[in-house]
Design a protein around this ligand. Structure first.
Ligand SMILES: O=P(O)(O)OC[C@H]1O[C@H](O)[C@H](O)[C@@H](O)[C@@H]1O
Length: 306
C-alpha cells in the first residue's frame, strides 16, 4: 500500500493512493475531491470533463466532488455548498482504522470552517473524509461530520460521483425501480419511477428518495458494471445533462455528456441534524465488476442481491 503526497506550486496539491495490484486513486486537497480512480489495467473509471478547470476557487468538473452543507440550490448558500470550493487539509493523526481496513491505502482529509464560512453559515463543525482503496481496487469514501458547536447543526450531503461510461445510450441503472423521486427538471415535483430499469435518451436530474443500499450501473458496451453501495446516505441523485444543457456548461465539452453519468449517494430528502457534540457518518463504496465475472452473462439481480 502506498500513499504519496504530491506538492504543486499552483496550489493543487494531491494525494495518490496505490495498492499492490496496481489500482490507483488521486485526491486533490482542493475540494477534498477524488479526481481519478484507475483499475489495475490503468483504465480510468471516473469521468473528468475534457474542459475541466483545475484552478481554485471553482470545483473541478468530474471525479467525486463533495456537496456539503447544501445540495443544489436548496438553501441560501452557493450551489452544492462550499466544501467543494475549499482547501482541505491532511489529518496527520487520524483515528485508528477498523481491522477490516488494515490492508487498504487510506488518507484522511479534514475541513473546518474559516472566517468567511462562519459569516455565511455560522456553525463550527469538523468534516472528515476518509478515502480508502482496497486491494483489488474498491474505493470507499467515508464522511464524518462532527458538531463541535454549542447549537444544533443541520445539513445535506452528497458524493457527487461522475462515473465514466462508454456511451450513455447503452447504460442501464438498476436498483431505483418503483421508487419515488423529486424531479429537478420540474421544480422538484414528486413522481414514482415505473418498474423498468433506468435508461437514458434525454436530460435526467432526479433525487431518488430512500433507496436500497445497492445500485448497479451497467455499461453494456464496456461490459462493465459499477456497484455502488451506501450507508447513512438514504437518497441517490442521478444526473446527465444531455446535449443542450451540456453546451451551456462552460467547463464541460459538448460531447462529454455521452461519456458520463452521475450517480450520487446523498442525504437530501431528510437533512441531517446533529446536537452539539454529535457525529454523523455516511459511506459510499464503489466497485467496478467486469461482466465476464458473471460467466459472460450480466445479471444485475445477482449484483444487487448478492
Ligand atoms: O454544475 P454543478 O453546480 O456542479 O451541478 C451539477 C449538477 O449537480 C447535481 O447532479 C444536480 O442535481 C444538478 O441539478 C446539477 O446541474
Amino acid at each position: 500500500m502506498m500513499v504519496d503526497v504530491v506538492k504543486s506550486s499552483d496550489g493543487m496539491d494531491k494525494v495518490i493512493l496505490k495498492e499492490p495490484r496496481g489500482s490507483t486513486v488521486q485526491v486533490h486537497l482542493f475540494g477534498g475531491q477524488v479526481t481519478s480512480w484507475k483499475n489495475e489495467r490503468a483504465e480510468e473509471l471516473l469521468f473528468m470533463s475534457s474542459k475541466a478547470i483545475f484552478k481554485p476557487p471553482k470545483a473541478i468538473r468530474g471525479g467525486i466532488p463533495v456537496c456539503f452543507p447544501q445540495f443544489s440550490n436548496i438553501g441560501t448558500l452557493e450551489q452544492h455548498g462550499f466544501a467543494r470550493n475549499r482547501f482541505w487539509s491532511i489529518d496527520p493523526d487520524p483515528p485508528p482504522l477498523p481491522a477490516s481496513s488494515i490492508k487498504k491505502a487510506v488518507i484522511d482529509l479534514l475541513l473546518k470552517p474559516n472566517e468567511d464560512d462562519l459569516r455565511i453559515w455560522p456553525h463550527i463543525f469538523e468534516l472528515r473524509l476518509r478515502v480508502a482503496l482496497a486491494p483489488g481496487g474498491d474505493l470507499t469514501l467515508t464522511s464524518r461530520v462532527r458538531n463541535t458547536d454549542s447549537k444544533p447543526l443541520t445539513f445535506a450531503f452528497a458524493f457527487h460521483t461522475y462515473l465514466s461510461v462508454s456511451d450513455i445510450s447503452e447504460v442501464r441503472v438498476e436498483g431505483l425501480e418503483t421508487l419515488d423521486y423529486l424531479d429537478n427538471l420540474s421544480e422538484r415535483e414528486r413522481f414514482t419511477e415505473q418498474g423498468d430499469a433506468l435508461t437514458f435518451d434525454s436530460e435526467v436530474d432526479r433525487i431518488y428518495l430512500s433507496t436500497p443500499t445497492k445500485i448497479a450501473i451497467i455499461d453494456h458496451e464496456k461490459k462493465r458494471t459499477f456497484v455502488l453501495k451506501k450507508d447513512g446516505l438514504p437518497d441517490a441523485v442521478v444526473w446527465n445533462p444531455w446535449e443542450k444543457r451540456a453546451k451551456a456548461i462552460t467547463d464541460l465539452g459538448d460531447d462529454d455528456y455521452k461519456h458520463m453519468l452521475c450517480v450520487e449517494a446523498a442525504a437530501i430528502g431528510k437533512p441531517i441534524t446533529l446536537k452539539p457534540g454529535e457525529e454523523w457518518k455516511g459511506r459510499q463504496e464503489l466497485s467496478a465488476v467486469p461482466s465476464s465475472y458473471f460467466s459472460g452473462q450480466l445479471d444485475p439481480g445477482r449484483v444487487l442481491n448478492g
